[in-house]
Write a protein that binds this ligand. Structure first.
Ligand code: HEC
Length: 289
């Protein structure tokens, strides 16, 4: 009897499946990024990738981030998925282009990243091979590492995600919702110019005009109240009766979740933080729709 007990195989390290609460938190944070919509081509299958991005680097296509084992990230460990999200490295060591905004997502709290991964594993797998990127010579080996080291502003993760008020709004804006990737002007090197954080870009991602959302009363959104900003993030309705279009419409609507699914408290926190950033005068023309 004793022998039998002694011979019992060591219990395999138990992988506890994530709780329903963790998956829900992951879906919520996924929505707070705008639904990772770059990974979903318009009218395409959620997270299956293939959306095309052209830039000075050449052409890349977003990756399949569904849990398909062959063509998606289903065969990756949690750690590998987190490393790709925040450090821009694939399991084989290959660098991702910062079209996937890892210098921003690096500021996400560990617990939020883990929850996002738990949620991603619950989504429908789609078998769809990634399209190879076409980069200008030496971009990946020489320019990208130098650029990352010299120019890319990198967010620092907090030990725990702030839960309320202006710090919560700042965290969501800077590290999760990546508002700056679209709304912050860029320097000559194409890095975001955070000395003019959220001051708008006449020709932002996908060549769309990105409004100035600093509190400047004339060229920004200084005349919008906190409630109006919070409403807009939930509904897309502007104070003047217009509705959000283009990429803003996409991040509000999201894919499997979006900004519209943020709680009123989080939308208010975002609006409150926006009121605290320096107003910057920068007139951006009306977007062409
Ligand atoms: C993927 C790009 C993208 C991201 C990310 C993004 N926006 Fe926008 N945003 C836009 C575009 C494009 C418009 C213009 C939409 C239109 O004209 O209807 C816009 C419009 C706005 C407006 C209306 C401004 C005006 O003057 O009409 C506000 C406010 C705003 N965004 C806030 C935010 C906040 C806050 C975040 C982050 C929580 C954010 N945006 C993230 C692309 C983006």
């Amino acid at each position: 009897m004793c022998l039998l007990v002694a011979w019992r195989a060591p219990v395999a390290a138990q992988v506890t499946p994530p709780s329903a609460a963790e998956v829900a938190r992951g879906r919520y944070m996924f929505g707070a990024t705008g639904g990772c919509g770059c990974h979903t081509p318009p009218k395409g299958q959620p997270n299956a990738g293939g959306r095309r991005y052209d830039g000075p680097y050449g052409t890349v296509f977003s990756s399949n981030i569904t849990p398909d084992r062959q063509t998606g990230v289903g065969g990756w460990t949690d750690e590998q998925i987190i490393t790709a999200i925040r450090l821009g490295r694939r399991p084989n060591g290959e660098r991702l282009l910062p079209v996937h905004p890892y210098p921003v997502f690096n500021g996400m709290a560990e617990e939020d990243l883990r929850a996002i991964v738990a949620f991603l594993r619950t989504t429908s797998p789609v078998t769809k091979a990634n399209q190879p990127k076409k980069l200008i010579p030496m971009f990946e080996s020489v320019f990208l590492p130098a650029w990352l080291a010299a120019f890319a502003p990198r967010e620092t993760p907090p030990p725990k995600a702030p839960t309320a008020g202006v710090p919560r709004g700042e965290y969501l804006i800077r590290a999760v919702a990546h508002c700056g990737e679209c709304h912050t002007p860029r320097t000559m090197t194409m890095a975001t110019d955070n000395s003019r954080f959220l001051a708008g870009n006449p020709k932002g991602p996908e060549d769309q005009a990105m409004p100035n959302i600093t509190p400047d009363p004339e060229t920004g959104i200084g005349k919008w109240s906190v409630e109006e900003i919070a409403d807009y993030l939930g509904s897309g309705n502007k104070p003047d009766g217009d509705v959000a279009g283009g990429l803003m419409g996409e991040v509000i609507e999201g894919t499997l979740a979006g900004y519209k699914d943020l709680t009123p408290a989080d939308r208010t926190a975002i609006a409150q933080y926006l009121k605290t950033i320096p107003p910057i005068r920068n007139k951006i023309g009306k977007p062409v729709k």
